[in-house]
Design a binder for this molecule. Structure first.
Ligand SMILES: [Ca+2]
Ligand SMILES: [Ca+2]
Ligand SMILES: [Ca+2]
Ligand SMILES: [Ca+2]
Length: 215
């Protein structure tokens, strides 16, 4: 078979077109893969931020519950206001020297260290006037101990506005992001925590539990 110069040129031209198509196809494929994996990693970031928030909120509530379980009514008078954002009680007596020594415990929410109660995000974490939950043992004594149980705690419980009305329909008016209430010997604890995900979206998690102290 005789191949003319024209044929050779045509074949070479066709090969070049093929190569261009193949390269374009590869570029498109690569971009599609990159986009999918970027979307997947966004979803993963979002999912892991939500998971961390949920885990942190439940863990904090568990630790609050655990502290309250050992609250003792036979030490100093326990203070369980009907509705409040803080509780104080005595726990863990030691009997050194024959007399009972109690550990006083305060459970409360306070502003995070760089945050002011001014409607602004002072510490630049994307949350406004956020609190942290602290367990303070022996407040004011030399052996005072502070344990942070949760951070990013909302000023008000989820769904609540500061308007003297019960916006979230739980029977409490303008309750705080950490809220306690009592019914008989049962203490109800509610907690709303927040954080921003990688994309800046506000994530909110609320958990609630009830506890009856042993004593
Ligand atoms: Ca803040
Ligand atoms: Ca602030
Ligand atoms: Ca309410
Ligand atoms: Ca309200």
């Amino acid at each position: 078979m005789i191949t003319t110069l024209q044929d050779k040129q045509a074949r070479a031209g066709f090969t070049l077109v093929e190569a261009l198509i193949a390269v374009s196809f590869l570029v498109v494929m690569f971009m599609a893969v990159a986009q999918v994996s970027s979307r997947a990693s966004d979803a993963f970031d979002e999912g892991s931020a939500e998971h961390a928030l949920s885990t942190g909120t439940h863990r904090a509530l568990e630790r609050l519950t655990h502290a309250l379980e050992f609250a003792n009514g036979t030490g100093n008078t326990p203070m369980y206001p009907a509705e409040n954002d803080a509780v104080t009680f005595d726990t863990n007596p030691s009997f050194e020297g024959g007399a009972a020594h109690w550990t006083s415990v305060n459970l409360l929410a306070e502003l995070e260290s760089e945050e002011l109660d001014d409607g602004l995000d002072n510490d630049g974490d994307g949350l406004v006037d956020e609190r942290r939950v602290v367990q303070i043992e022996n407040l004011g004594a030399p052996e005072e101990r502070r344990i942070v149980l949760a951070s990013g705690v909302a000023e008000l419980l989820e769904g609540e506005l500061a308007n003297l009305a019960d916006d979230n329909g739980n029977g409490l008016i303008d309750e705080a992001g950490l809220s306690f209430s009592c019914e008989g010997e049962v203490i109800f604890v509610r907690l709303t925590c927040q954080r921003r995900d990688e994309g800046g979206r506000l994530l909110v998690k609320t958990a609630e539990t009830a506890v009856r102290p042993y004593n």
